[in-house]
Write a protein that binds this ligand. Structure first.
Ligand code: DAT
Ligand code: MG
Length: 142
């Protein structure tokens, strides 16, 4: 039981489709604490740093193009076990696989395998990455 921080980013499709309020609401209702929030256009260098572990993937160039294609809303959320809880709230990476009740399951449009990057939201996958990703954007969002 550890108080952690996670980096949540509403991706360009989520911002464009007006889902920011709904997404914030789900985290608020779970009792997590909003520490920082900002709407901004993600610079290419930050996108590349953020997704550096995926550099070898075939979809990486499309992912970087996509995430820099429009404004995102980045947030830092704090709470006990918030990293794993946020991943559960968010649901599976592929909108086709995401369960109803999850953010992606309820809100991501099922556009097929070529559009997996349009899955509404990012959430850190470990407490270490939570710290890393919040730290990376601290000068922008706080
Ligand atoms: P997650 O965002 O669920 O942590 P990830 O870290 O494996 O998933 O991948 C980061 C993003 O890259 C993901 O949200 C959408 C995109 N992506 C992942 N797998 C993909 C694939 N097979 N084809 C296209 N885009 C993909
Ligand atoms: Mg990930």
């Amino acid at each position: 039981e550890q108080v952690e921080e996670t980096y949540i980013m509403v991706k360009p499709d989520g911002v464009q489709r007006g889902l920011v309020g709904e997404i914030i609401s789900r985290f608020e209702k779970k009792g997590f604490k909003l520490k920082a929030l900002k709407l901004f256009q993600c610079p290419k260098e930050l996108a590349e740093e953020h997704y550096k572990d995926l550099k070898a993937k075939s979809f990486y160039p499309k992912l970087i193009d996509y995430i820099t294609s429009g404004p995102v809303v980045s947030m830092a959320w704090e709470g006990v076990g918030v990293v794993a809880s946020a991943r559960k709230l968010i649901g599976s990476t592929d909108p086709l696989q995401a369960e109803p009740g999850t953010i992606r399951g309820d809100l991501a449009v099922q556009t097929g395998s070529k559009q997996i990057c349009r899955n509404v939201i990012h959430g850190s996958d470990s407490p270490d990455n939570g710290k890393r990703e919040v730290g990376m954007t601290a000068n922008i969002i706080e």
